[in-house]
Design a binder for this molecule. Structure first.
Ligand code: UDP
Length: 151
């Protein structure tokens, strides 16, 4: 079982797409184990996007991410890091595959609705960056074998 971090960005909040996106993640079979609205500090964003901090477009990305609170989710499931990346689609939304969240609802590179961890290694760092341990929950999965059966 893996856990992954998802952020629904200010464009998702302003465009009233939070419910639609969470609904897609739920219907896929991903289990919500953490969920909250939060404002992102400059310090947190610079850490989260440390691979982009020196890039010319980064100041704009940072100010975009601070325009409204974002919705943070921690999702759980078998190989869920990759499953959520597939659901999100590629960074450049206007070229993202039809059926993906970015492919269906976005046109921009910057305003691309959703962040999701890009590898299990990253998820292991990102989940505790955004969630305290007491904000993450373990509870029974009543669907049992219906969701995964034996694999
Ligand atoms: N971004 C941007 N311009 C770029 C590359 C990235 O505005 O040329 C923004 C975009 O919002 C993207 C975020 O920075 O989602 C993080 O970039 P990354 O390469 O990590 O893409 P992601 O994993 O979000 O698809």
């Amino acid at each position: 079982m893996e856990r992954t971090l998802v952020l629904l960005k200010p464009d998702a909040v302003q465009r009233d797409l939070v419910g639609e996106i969470i609904s897609r993640l739920e219907r896929k079979g991903l289990k919500i184990v953490g969920l909250k609205l939060m404002s992102l500090s400059t310090e947190l964003l610079d850490e989260h996007y440390s691979h982009l901090v020196g890039r010319p477009f980064y100041p704009e990305v940072r100010s975009f991410m601070q325009r409204t609170p974002v919705v943070a989710l921690c999702l759980e499931g078998v190989e869920c890091v990759d499953a959520v990346r597939q659901l999100a689609g590629i960074t450049k939304s206007r070229e993202a595959a039809p059926g993906t969240i970015r492919g269906e609802f976005a046109m921009s590179v910057q305003a691309n609705l959703i962040h999701c961890s890009d590898s299990l290694e990253t998820a292991l760092v990102e989940v505790p960056r955004f969630f305290k341990s007491e904000e993450l929950f373990e509870y029974e999965d009543v669907l049992g074998g219906y969701l995964y059966n034996s694999s």
